[in-house]
Design a protein around this ligand. Structure first.
Ligand code: TMP
Length: 247
């Protein structure tokens, strides 16, 4: 298996075609490289954080394997051709960001004037329409269905069921490292080969909030707050060290 031509470069990840040993493109399969690129504020602030791609790929791979063991159909297939990449099922992406919140933080507090840290049980789920032109507005299931962002009402049932499993698995995973999962964002798509709803993209420090026992952030919030490159890099390395210590 070899890496083929680039298909798409997102803010943090780049997608490539995958070739077989004869150089022919393999159908329904792509390679996803987690890069060191980092951005915030609708992509207005951009930087490069050494080691971030490796860290994100590592944590995301470990978690996606656990999600699959617990019944979530995911895009993950195998390791990729570099330490920061993986081979995944190709998806027709659903343009929704699906946010799960265990505790109030970030935009939720700003939007509703709620104090940080208020607990939600069961998990509070929100959807935003992934669209840079409209700045990813909040959307509900009826509107997402009405404007054709998702094919079928039933697909939301799968997403809500998966969100519950994803949250339980990830909460337990980070708890073992002494970290609290405050909130997270995931994305879903339709598997090109089977049309089934599947978990895509990533679950990493770029896409969730984690706090250590002192309430310190161990995630991309460090970058969002404008801390130095060294401090941002340290936060990604910290999780890698914790995971390596656990092996
Ligand atoms: P928020 O509080 O800013 O809405 O973020 C909620 C969670 O979603 C948080 O863990 C960060 C994550 N997130 C992303 O991964 N990408 C995004 O573009 C945004 C806005 C949030």
């Amino acid at each position: 298996m070899k890496r083929g031509e680039e298909i798409y470069a997102g803010k943090a990840n780049t997608l490539y075609k995958v070739l077989d040993d004869d150089g022919d493109v393999l159908p329904y399969v792509i390679e996803m490289e987690c890069t060191d690129r980092i951005s915030a504020g609708d992509g207005v602030r951009r930087d490069v954080v050494e080691g971030k791609g490796y860290a994100n790929n590592l944590v995301s791979t470990l978690l996606f394997e656990k999600f699959a063991e617990n019944g979530v159909f995911t895009h993950y297939m195998s390791e990729g051709t570099t330490p920061s990449s993986k081979i995944v099922r190709e998806a027709d992406m659903i343009p929704l960001e699906v946010i799960g919140r265990n505790f109030a933080a970030g935009s939720f507090c700003r939007r509703y004037g709620v104090e940080e840290g208020r607990a939600f049980d069961p998990l509070l789920v929100e959807f935003t329409y992934k669209n840079d032109e409209f700045h990813d507005p909040l959307i509900n299931c009826d509107a997402a269905l009405a404007i054709g962002l998702i094919d079928d009402d039933e697909d939301f049932n799968v997403i809500f069921e998966y969100m519950d499993i994803i949250n339980k698995v990830a909460t337990e995973f980070f708890k073992e490292l002494g970290l609290t999962l405050v909130d997270f964002k995931v994305e879903f798509g339709y598997d090109m080969a089977t049309d089934k709803v599947m978990l895509c993209d990533e679950f990493s420090q770029d896409t969730c909030r984690l706090q250590d026992e002192h309430g310190n952030s161990v995630d991309k919030d460090i970058f969002r707050r404008g801390e130095s490159d060294e401090e941002v890099s340290e936060v990604y390395q910290k999780l890698v060290s914790m995971l390596e210590a656990m092996k």
